[in-house]
Design a protein around this ligand. Structure first.
Ligand code: SF4
Ligand code: SF4
Length: 478
């Protein structure tokens, strides 16, 4: 029984919010709200495939009119929630090449004045091979990077330049001159250029803060919470914690830099997992606009690696904070837990990723030497070099990187309902864990699926109870 008039369930993940039933459609990434009739059709097909006539007669016996049932079947079919004998082509669209650049991350130095024990750049799991290469990016290299960004972003009206390190502010002179150069060149090219920067806050001074505020530079501060948590791993080379030094500087930054919202970025480790306590400290006591968390990227054998129990604990705390976010959203207020905001943004946009992230596509990293890498985490790595500013991207190497990282090459992911948002996860994490950027990050599948399910429920609640709140995700996209 496999004809055009025989229907079966397609691929989806069901969830509910505020008493409403929804389907998260896979692989399209769309969200379908079920009413009583479409819910009854799904329930009937859950028992097994069914001919159209039988389906209509089953549903009319439940009190629905035949015309309504036929219309609902067609709507579910058009949305790919149900399929007939033909099924649907499930081929994932590959990105067009060459792909226009959106964001260039300049690692203006590979040097750092802290010795954070989990550092992916200098720590035990580092992929960089910086020996014999420049430690600081020169003004000429940074300007060549700006030219590269503008020349390789055809069709984009706005592009992003992000400054990164090492510790970014150890090369503030180049940050400053590059911003000025980039603004002039972008203006001449008829583009808007946005600037952002990540720093450990140790080198923030009143003039630096004033410059960053005046120039509307978006700032992310790497900080792991209150002193007792931050200082476990974010330390100077003599082992001394960094909190006492950075806290007053962060307060000054937050008081004086009002032109852009400022975020904190927390690395969770086996020793730093108090998500809610850290959030409260950074948001309420220090005054960050938003706080984002990421489990440390490391080999599982490191002492600071988070094991499965730790990840379950983190998911529980993420869930509690996400429901707190929901309460704020229902009142139309900003909450500041950026992980839930970012996932809701993707769900709202209906993303269905062929690749886990923009690395090697719309996003590239540049080392102080001018070497081009898939993203900031791979700079200075000979193994992952995609080209050089002087010669551009080697398209064969780039194509190989993207081919290996595509979802179509990850068989373990092909039956996973979370693949529209995950697509196998971070290439850098995959390389550190499995020695292959194209390997699916199978160690955190439960985490990804658990977190995506929580965010779907939050999305469903907001969609049912305060849909206007979702409009700010449209604004963020523009
Ligand atoms: S890595 Fe795991 S969670 Fe992500 S798409 Fe693959 S199977 Fe799903
Ligand atoms: S590879 Fe990982 S670190 Fe790099 S941009 Fe993608 S998600 Fe981020």
């Amino acid at each position: 029984m496999n004809s055009l008039n025989t229907y079966r369930l397609s691929e989806f993940h069901p969830f509910s919010g505020a008493g409403h039933e929804y389907l998260y459609l896979v692989p399209s990434g769309a969200i379908f709200a079920l009413d009583n009739l479409s819910s009854a059709i799904i329930n009937r097909l859950t028992e097994g495939e069914c001919g159209k006539e039988e389906l209509v007669s089953n549903l009319t016996a439940q009190g629905f009119t035949p015309a309504d049932v036929e219309e609902a079947i067609e709507e579910l079919y058009q949305s790919h929630a149900i399929a007939n004998g033909n099924g649907f082509p499930s081929e994932i669209q590959k990105p067009p090449m060459p792909f226009p650049l959106q964001t260039l991350v300049l690692n203006v130095t590979n040097q750092c004045n802290l010795s954070c024990k989990y550092c992916y750049e200098f720590g035990e799991d580092r992929v960089a091979t910086p020996e014999g290469k420049p430690k600081f990016m020169s003004e000429e290299t940074a300007q060549a990077a700006v030219d590269f960004l503008l020349a390789n972003s055809p069709g984009r009206r706005a592009v992003n330049l992000t400054f990164f390190g090492g510790e970014t502010l150890m090369n503030f002179k180049v940050v400053r001159s590059t911003i000025e150069y980039a603004r002039e060149q972008a203006h001449a090219a008829g583009k808007y250029i946005d600037f952002s920067l990540t720093t450990n806050a140790t080198l923030l001074t009143p003039p630096v803060i004033e410059y960053l505020a005046e120039n509307r530079v978006g700032i992310t501060i790497s900080i792991d919470g209150p002193k007792e948590l931050n200082d476990k791993l974010r330390v100077f080379s003599n082992g001394q914690g960094s909190y006492e030094m950075i806290a007053p500087k962060v307060k000054e930054l937050l008081a004086k830099h009002k032109s852009r919202p400022i975020g904190a970025r927390v690395t969770l480790t086996s020793q730093v997992v108090d998500v809610k306590g850290i959030f409260r400290h950074l948001k309420d006591e220090l005054g960050f606009y938003e706080v984002g968390f990421a489990p440390v990227t490391t080999s599982p054998v490191r002492l600071y690696a988070i094991g499965n129990d730790g990840l379950n604990n983190v998911l529980e705390q993420f869930t509690e904070l996400a429901y707190e976010y929901l309460e704020y959203a229902l009142r139309g207020e900003h909450h500041g837990f950026s992980n839930v905001n970012d996932t809701l943004q993707e769900l709202h946009a209906g993303v269905s990723k062929s690749h886990p992230c923009g690395a090697g596509l719309g996003l590239l990293g540049v080392a102080p030497s001018g070497d081009i890498a898939p993203c900031h985490r791979f700079v200075d790595s000979d193994t992952h070099k995609l080209g050089h500013l002087s010669t551009g991207v080697d398209h064969d190497v780039q194509a190989d990187f993207l081919e290996r990282g595509g979802i179509h090459r990850k068989p373990e992911c092909h039956t996973c309902w979370a693949r529209p948002v995950c697509s196998g996860g971070c290439y850098h994490e995959a390389y550190v864990r499995y020695g292959d950027t194209g390997h699916a990050n199978l160690h955190y599948c439960d985490w990804i699926r658990g977190w995506t399910h929580v965010c779907l429920q939050i999305y469903g609640e907001i969609a049912a109870r305060n849909p206007k709140f979702l409009e700010h995700f449209d604004e963020r996209r523009q």
